[in-house]
Write a protein that binds this ligand. Structure first.
Ligand SMILES: [Zn+2]
Length: 306
């Protein structure tokens, strides 16, 4: 195909994050332990094999990885012990972006789901008591493209248990390496992104963060077993994390990039809007470790005036 890619960004930065985790406990505070980034130059139509950002990150709250996490990610404790902490790696990442002239609004992140930005990045910056940088407030969710293509496909098949396996089967693009290792996931997702663009798809931001969501005003019954069920846990996180992810059908880069899509403020953290799900906390049989660790329960338990 000779026509230009349908993408408003010079570069797409395919990103994958891995975080600390424990078996059957989705309330485990997820600290980012690995970041991988691959670059797809959309003007040259190439995945830059000469350029990537791959770092391990040393967690602080739970410095020792669980056996489950080691097995899932293929990351060993010895390498993690030698790694820098998140603020240090984030500085290195910012310097890397600058060095390669990846400017805001000229690139977008690409992820396989909403989890990396909405849950992991947002949570990590809450832990570090820093506002979520503008570059993490919107992204391309490849899962939406897969769902759309799958709906149109003549044969419906589940293909595999994880989204990556499903995409690999559906698009007939082999996955190489260790699933749930950011480096290998990222290399695979870059190939999927290129495949979509090669086939004439418009690839632009299709998910963004905002501080208020209509769905958060609709009370729901918390699954008593939510800590052990990913879908139930995500419902709780959707209520208690300050910023909510929202699909965006038409995205105007100049007007929207970096901003909260409710108040259009680039510094919005979601914490000041008080769309606070008291009904969720009332239903929790025991407190959420994740919420307590990030100190996002303060609307219910306001600090005493000093
Ligand atoms: Zn806002």
């Amino acid at each position: 195909m000779t026509s230009d890619y349908r993408c408003p960004f010079d570069n797409l930065l395919i990103v994958d994050l891995e975080a600390t985790c424990d078996k059957d406990n989705f309330d485990y505070p997820p600290e980012i332990i690995q970041i991988s980034v691959r670059v797809l130059n959309t003007r040259e139509k190439v995945i830059r094999e000469d350029l990537s950002f791959d770092k391990l990150i040393r967690p602080v709250i739970n410095p020792k990885l669980t056996d489950y996490c080691v097995e899932l990610t293929g990351i060993d404790q010895e390498s993690i012990d030698k790694a820098d902490t998140f603020p240090e790696v984030y500085d290195q990442f910012s310097a890397w972006l600058k060095e390669h002239d990846f400017q805001e609004k000229r690139f977008a992140f690409v992820c396989d789901t909403r989890q990396d930005m909405w849950r992991l990045a947002q949570y990590q910056f809450l832990l570090n008591k820093q506002p979520l940088p503008t570059i993490f407030r919107q992204w391309v969710n490849l899962g939406y493209h897969y769902e759309e293509d799958r709906r149109k496909a003549p044969v419906q098949d589940t293909w595999g248990p994880s989204l990556i396996e499903k995409m690999s089967g559906f698009y007939n693009i082999p996955f190489d390496g260790h699933a749930h290792n950011a480096k290998d996931d990222c290399a695979f997702l870059a190939k999927i992104t290129k495949y979509l663009l090669d086939n004439g798809k418009l690839v632009t931001i299709n998910e963004s963060l905002k501080c208020i969501s209509g769905m958060r005003n609709v009370p729901f019954t918390v699954d008593p077993e939510w800590k052990g069920n990913f879908e139930s846990a995500c419902k709780v996180f959707q209520a208690i994390l300050p910023l909510v992810s929202t699909p965006t059908k038409r995205y105007f880069v100049e007007d929207y990039y970096g901003k909260c899509l409710y108040c259009f403020d680039a510094t919005c953290t979601g914490l000041e809007h008080k769309q606070y799900p008291a009904y969720v906390y009332e239903q929790l049989k025991e407190p959420s470790d994740l919420a307590i660790t990030a100190e996002i329960t303060f609307f219910l338990f306001p600090p005493l005036p000093c």
